[in-house]
Design a protein around this ligand. Sequence first.
Ligand code: CAA
Length: 240
Amino acid sequence: MSRVALVTGGTRGIGEAISIALKDAGYTVAANYGGNEERAREFSERTGIASYKFDVGDFEACQAGVEKIKTELGPVEILVNNAGITRDTTMHKMDPSKWDAVIQTNLSSCFNMCRCVIDDMRENGFGRIVNIGSINGQAGQYGQVNYAAAKSGIHGFTKALAQEGAAKGITVNAIAPGYVNTEMVQAVPEAVLEKIIARIPVGRLGEAKDISRAVLFLIKDNADFITGSTLSINGGQHMY
Ligand code: CAA
């Protein structure tokens, strides 16, 4: 039986690449999505990967979603916390709703999802958790106090949970992508993005596959000695 993997925000952007890479490697994949029904339907038809709609920022919705996946596919053995949003603006223009939305979706989601799968992982003596952080959680970014705080939180969360999981066969790692060519990055004003790309030593934006390849490496059964680490994948933009 192939292992069951759940990817949050798994029907678009980096998450889509991760879902497809896991399926191609033989895993049974559930792709969570938050809102875009049309894209999720198109994704599932094209890839044959089941998609599950629930809000990762809502604990009860996560419980119901994970339960449904367990009934249909089996207990989640691999969790990739990828779902994330931006609400970029400078502090003096940021209203509390932009702070709350980003913290809830990008950081509280990690608690919600891990809490919902951790009992089964502990009981089965096996688990792989990969949290998608960000270069901007490591280095900060103008216009992103909310996003940088949430992503930085993910890095601390990862190290704490890794300590708890270690004796139970559960590894917890983070990936900190740099600027990857997705809709999220394409939304950055062109003039700003040009300046950012000019600071990437490799000379290009990342591709979603640059990230999905690393997820595959971290979730392997034999990657059991890698835990609590953060893998920076950013073309050399920030060496941390
Ligand atoms: N450092 C220093 N100053 C900066 C700056 C920076 N990085 N970016 C902008 N400024 C300055 C501008 O030069 C400008 O100064 P002047 O008025 O003196 O010319 C001033 O700040 C205002 O800049 P904007 O005109 O851009 O201001 P705005 O209010 O229209 O927009 C912003 C501000 C929303 C932050 C916009 O600059 C922006 O979207 N920046 C990109 C933020 C970013 O990188 N987001 C990443 C999204 S992708 C992602 O998050 C994925 C991931 O994990 C990597």
